[in-house]
Write a protein that binds this ligand. Structure first.
Ligand code: PGA
Length: 255
């Protein structure tokens, strides 16, 4: 079965109200017609409503950068899946390496967030990946399998039936270093195999796997040619509407 390519823009803690208006009009002009669900923009929470309104007449989706594991409660600074749903979010990133390394998120908290997204009708985009030391010690696939298993322990073997996995080597994020297309393929294939083992062949073959880590218009084509890479999660380059439009065009062309 052919999986539909997906580009997810992770704006991280960037953006301003005035910038968003300009971004949307430039991006829409530059990228031309889209299919529904091909592109999802993930702004900081405070811009969700504005972005949703600006994208109303387009097929571009809106997602969030994180979600809490509970529906509501005394969790200062957090946002829940039902709240994101109210803003018509379709997707939410969970377990990004910046959340894990800078904000103390663990496999267990990530699993709870993943499960909350599913309960709330959002598609979780689970980020997994090794750091430089883990790659050097040859434990990349083991690390990624552990991160997937933690989610399955919590959310059950069908966890990935409505989810996306993003393979993001930590050493490639925001560094300008990209995994080679061969390395990206190898790990993405291992991810699919693990999901097949714990879920089912059908879940595994339907699931989209993104690559993330210094993706640009100059490297997207080679990465997208790989059989198990179904799209990209883009940080830095997604802040430039022309560059993001090129990435979207190139990833579709190489489908
Ligand atoms: P980058 O970020 O494209 O700037 O490397 C990717 C990510 O953090 O998802």
């Amino acid at each position: 079965m052919k999986r539909k390519p997906l580009v997810v823009a992770n704006w991280k803690m960037h953006g301003q109200q005035a910038w968003i208006e300009g971004f949307v009009s430039e991006f829409v002009r530059a990228q031309g017609p889209l299919q529904h669900g091909e592109v999802v923009l993930c702004p900081p929470f405070v811009f969700l409503a504005q972005l949703q309104a600006a994208l109303k007449k387009t097929l571009i989706g809106v997602g969030a950068q994180n979600v809490h594991g509970a529906e509501q409660g005394p969790f200062t600074g957090e946002v829940s899946a039902p709240m994101l749903k109210e803003f018509d979010c379709t997707h939410v990133i969970v377990g990004h390496s910046e959340r894990r390394t800078l904000f103390g998120e663990t496999d267990a908290t990530v699993a709870a967030r993943f499960a909350a997204a599913l309960r709330g009708g959002l598609v979780p985009i689970l980020c997994v990946g090794e750091n430089a030391a883990e790659r050097q010690s040859g434990i990349t696939e083991q690390k990624v399998r552990e991160q997937l298993d933690a989610v399955v322990d919590f959310a059950g073997p069908a966890a990935f039936a409505n989810a996306v996995v993003a393979y993001e080597p930590v050493w490639a994020i925001g560094t300008g270093k990209t995994a080679t297309p061969e390395d990206a393929q190898e790990v993405c294939a291992a991810i699919r195999e693990e999901v097949e083992n714990i879920g089912s062949p059908e879940i595994a073959s339907n699931m989209r796997i993104l690559y993330g880590g210094s993706v640009k218009s100059s490297n997207i084509v080679e990465i997208m040619k790989k059989a198990d890479v179904d799209g990209a999660l883009i940080g830095g380059a997604s802040l430039d509407p022309e560059e993001l439009a090129k990435i979207v065009k190139f990833h579709a062309v190489s489908e």
